[in-house]
Design a protein around this ligand. Structure first.
Ligand SMILES: [Zn+2]
Ligand SMILES: [Zn+2]
Length: 299
């Protein structure tokens, strides 16, 4: 098996036709075979457009991350040869990197301004998986890949593992699959676990950040099981109410800008408007997810 050829493949581009096929199958089973799920043409179209744009925009900006990763290669501690074992270990470690990135972009407003796009629909379906931010190379979290390079993994392999993880995550955005076998639900991120992540119910906020393996959430105490009596209420705590892709992609950057140019706050408060958790405000007039959860649990 030519492992070099495999890791050099652009898995995201290869996967695109399969994404469209899967979206079509989901629409058919929901519309004509009464399967669980929701189909909304406008919501799906916006998501697909945002996804295609994200491939173009993130593809153009990727050189920033790629150059940094290749530059780091000269400081590698080891030179790990390309084997099946190395690919598996790299994928697992990169999945932990993804968990960390995902947790940061939910808890730091600068990162959230990028990731909010993905949570801006109040539905979940395969097409929603494609609703991705256009600025992921500017959040700074892509540099979490640097330790993998320094350990000794080939930058091409690290990039390949991230892309493979993204492809896996596409398939967990659905209501059509209720639960997978118990052993699979215990180890892997699944549609059930990821529906929880998209829920704005207080008990589901800041849960299930996993990429492929759900074990990280269990290990770091951010796991919540989907409760069959508590249907996830998808979307943002404050509904965006727009299908305008530009607004979806950039509204939170605009909000940050407006908060930071206020004349009546200190430099420290400006810093907090940029890097504190979403919902932080200098006068306590807004709610962070921690406030919402506290209020809910004290009821
Ligand atoms: Zn998220
Ligand atoms: Zn998602």
């Amino acid at each position: 098996m030519n492992l070099d050829k495999i890791i050099n493949a652009d898995v995201t581009l290869v996967a695109i036709p399969f994404f469209f096929l899967a979206i079509l199958i989901e629409i058919i089973v929901v519309k004509f075979f009464n399967a669980n799920g929701s189909v909304d043409a406008k919501d799906n179209s916006v998501s697909i457009f945002m996804g295609l744009m994200s491939v173009v925009v993130n593809g153009l900006a990727a050189f920033i991350t790629i150059n940094v990763l290749f530059w780091c290669e000269q400081y590698q501690l080891f030179n790990i040869p390309l084997t099946i074992g190395a690919i598996v270990i790299c994928f697992i470690l990169d999945d932990l990197r993804y968990y960390t990135h995902h947790r940061i972009v939910h808890r730091v407003r600068w990162g959230w301004a990028m990731h909010v796009t993905h949570h801006s629909s109040n539905r979940i379906s395969l097409a929603i998986a494609l609703r991705q931010g256009w600025t992921k190379h500017f959040t700074g979290t892509m540099y979490l890949k640097i330790p993998l390079i320094l350990i000794g993994f080939d930058p091409v392999l690290v990039i390949f593992c991230g892309a493979l993880n993204a492809v896996y995550q596409f398939f967990i955005h659905t209501e059509t699959i209720k639960k997978l076998p118990n052993w699979f639900e215990a180890i892997f991120n699944t549609p059930s676990h990821h529906r929880v992540h998209h829920g704005k119910n207080p008990q589901y906020l800041d849960k299930n950040y996993a990429g492929t393996l759900i074990i990280w959430d269990k290990l770091f105490n951010t796991f919540a099981e989907e409760n069959k009596n508590e249907f996830p209420d998808y979307g943002l705590v404050k509904d965006l109410e727009t299908f305008n892709p530009i607004r979806i992609a950039f509204h939170e950057y605009w909000n940050i800008f407006k908060d930071m140019v206020r004349g009546d706050i200190s430099l420290k408060q400006k810093f907090f408007y940029l890097f504190a958790p979403p919902g932080w405000s200098h006068d306590g007039s807004r709610k962070m997810s921690t406030d919402i959860k506290r209020e809910f649990s004290s009821k």
